[in-house]
Design a protein around this ligand. Structure first.
Ligand SMILES: N[C@@H](CCC(=O)N[C@@H](CS)C(=O)NCC(=O)O)C(=O)O
Length: 273
């Protein structure tokens, strides 16, 4: 145990963000089999820092300048490393590098292809309703509101302008998106499970179950019956509902929470996970 190095990480996330849920669920799937330190080389200690997306904390100066220039969640920050992993798929593959059973060699090519397809779909297109108005309706005006202020720093202004360009580049695509789902072969659990279950659940929660094949719906329902899903969602829908109350009133948003998960990273040959 003595020679196990602890690596401290912070996952910036939001409880009702599809892509945050994907990473959080993956962590719980890993945790199931990475609880033992026997044969481990490192211990990943992952704490969660919830961002209050309901109050635009994703475009707060500290976050957009120091954590994620896209102003999005999830982001994984590794202590002692200035770089940040700012996309759920990149975070997932970063975890797969340490826990290779999540990406079994015989399925790697198909899993990568399916996940690429899955991430080609704009997540927001699952929840938005068809609109008659201009595509820009989809873009939250919070960045413009902040830019309209005259008391912000030049660096922050520049970062917000870049965020606006980023939003313009991908959000309108969502209103035209054809929702599509891919079903792959699986062993499991793999990184594919970690992404498909939240995705299909989001489709259902948005009242669009008709878009998903029956087999996928059944598979996702079975996976949701597991304790790992329960830890992530606590019995809630993947889409925020009024009856849950404001996120900042119901979740601990403090910056200094203890690690939510400790994952023991196997040495390459130990066959754990
Ligand atoms: N491709 C990104 C998408 C991340 C994303 O769309 N995050 C949403 C929440 S689910 C977000 O942060 N939205 C706020 C914004 O874009 O301003 C990923 O897979 O991590």
């Amino acid at each position: 145990m003595d020679d196990i190095i602890s690596v401290y990480c912070t996952l910036y996330c939001y409880p009702f963000s599809l892509y945050s849920i994907m990473v959080k669920y993956l962590i719980r799937l890993i945790e199931r089999s990475a609880k033992s330190h026997d044969g481990a080389s490192r211990a990943l200690k992952i704490r969660e820092r919830l961002l209050d997306l309901q109050h635009d904390e994703n475009i707060a100066e500290w976050y957009i300048l120091d954590v994620n220039r896209k102003g999005q969640v999830p982001t994984m920050a590794i202590k002692g490393d200035r770089s940040r992993i700012t996309d759920s798929l990149d975070i997932s593959y970063w975890l797969c590098d340490m826990f290779p059973n999540l990406l079994p060699c015989q399925y790697e090519a198909i899993i990568r292809r399916l996940l690429r397809d899955l991430h080609d779909i704009e997540g927001i297109s699952i929840t938005i309703r068809r609109r008659d108005g201009p595509e820009e309706d989809l873009i939250d005006p919070c960045v413009d509101d902040m830019l309209a202020r005259d008391d912000i720093s030049p660096e922050y202004r520049q970062a917000l302008e870049a965020k606006k360009i980023f939003d313009d580049s991908h959000v309108p695509k969502a209103s035209h998106h054809v929702n599509q789902l891919a079903l792959g072969r699986r062993g499991g659990p793999t990184v594919l499970d970690a992404q498909i279950v939240p995705f299909v659940t989001r489709v259902e929660d948005a009242g669009r179950a008709r878009l998903a094949p029956e087999t996928l719906l059944r598979y996702a329902a079975a996976r949701r019956a597991s304790p790992e899903w329960d830890v992530v969602m606590g019995g809630k829908s993947t889409i925020w509902r009024k009856e849950y109350g404001q996120v900042c009133d119901t979740y601990d948003m403090s910056a200094d929470l203890p690690p939510a998960a400790t994952l023991f990273v196997p040495r390459p040959s130990s066959g754990l996970v």
